[in-house]
Design a protein around this ligand. Structure first.
Ligand code: AMP
Length: 281
């Protein structure tokens, strides 16, 4: 696996492969990799011969009071994991490479970036879309894989690719959980043992709602009430907790259409997101 920090170098490696007709799969990440990230690599391998992973802790998607400087970083450990999965190129640029002096262009995403995380992280999705568009321009992937863990982000990036007519297929991959139900996240390392136990109420609540859904319950109020009950028993209050339509994230009162429960919860100083798909289209 080649580890590259320069844009001309990554282009010089990829363009001849693309000229040979090899398909490129891109897996963008912020590093501190876990099994969820590696599942994206495996998904990418289904659609492409050459896999490029990127690691970039993107300053443009962090708010001023967020965890940019303390975000976990482990390039060496990450590189070993990616190599073990058969990744061919790891693109790990410095911030000055992606945003050199004079950089002034950004993407602005509309409706799908509002509500849910968008309301609590102003500018976040514009920052994500901007860096992902840069990565697409550099790598020119045939397919790019993103996790359903960040469900709204996936919807934002589908809108980006569709609206700007990008020749890239956006593929989603299922959310990967720890054995006890906690959604895998690089931010889980921030949790104290007590916080981690309390955080289990998030997935437990979502699972309880899914059980009720499978038994025929469709009212959003009832399904969300089950999640809220689990959270409050652990002393947690969600930042948001909503039922949304699967395809376009429109708010729903009833889970009659394909739908997903989405939540963000602050546990101690750590903001966690989770979601559960009740039914796929
Ligand atoms: P991050 O490094 O957290 O920005 O995530 C990079 C990519 O990995 C995004 O597409 C995420 O949606 C995906 N991802 C993160 N955690 C998980 C998870 N637990 N399961 C599936 N995908 C994930």
């Amino acid at each position: 696996m080649k580890i590259i920090g320069s844009i001309p170098e990554v282009k010089a490696i990829l363009r001849p492969l693309q000229a040979q007709g090899l398909r490129i799969g891109l897996v963008p990440t912020m590093g501190a990799l876990h099994a969820g990230h590696l599942s994206l690599v495996r998904e990418a391998k289904k659609h492409a011969e050459v896999i490029v992973a990127s690691i970039f802790v993107n300053p443009k998607q962090f708010g001023p009071s967020e965890d940019l400087t303390r975000y976990p970083r482990d390039l060496e450990g990450d590189a070993k994991k990616l190599e073990g999965e058969g990744v061919g190129v790891l693109f790990a640029p410095a911030a000055e490479v992606m945003y050199p002096e004079g950089h002034q262009t950004g993407v602005s995403i509309g409706r799908v970036s509002r509500g849910l995380c968008g309301d609590h992280r102003p500018g976040h999705f514009d920052g994500v879309a901007t860096v992902v568009l840069e990565l697409f321009s550099i790598v020119r992937p045939d397919v790019a894989v993103f996790g359903e863990k960040d469900f709204q982000q996936l919807a934002v990036l589908r809108a980006l690719a569709r609206d700007l007519h990008l020749d890239v297929r956006i593929a989603g991959a299922p959310l990967v959980r720890e054995a006890d139900g906690l959604a895998m996240s690089s931010r889980n390392v921030y949790l104290s043992p007590d916080d981690r136990t309390r955080a289990l109420s998030i997935s437990a609540g979502l699972f309880a709602a899914k059980t009720a859904y499978d038994a025929g319950e469709r009212a959003a109020e009832t399904l969300l009430g089950l999640v809220r009950g689990h959270l409050s028993a652990s002393g947690l209050v969600p930042e948001y907790l909503e039922l949304r339509r699967f395809e376009d994230l429109a708010p729903l009162d009833r889970a009659d259409a394909p739908s997903v429960l989405l939540t963000a919860v602050r546990v101690g100083s750590t903001r966690l997101i989770d979601n559960l798909i009740l039914r796929r289209p």
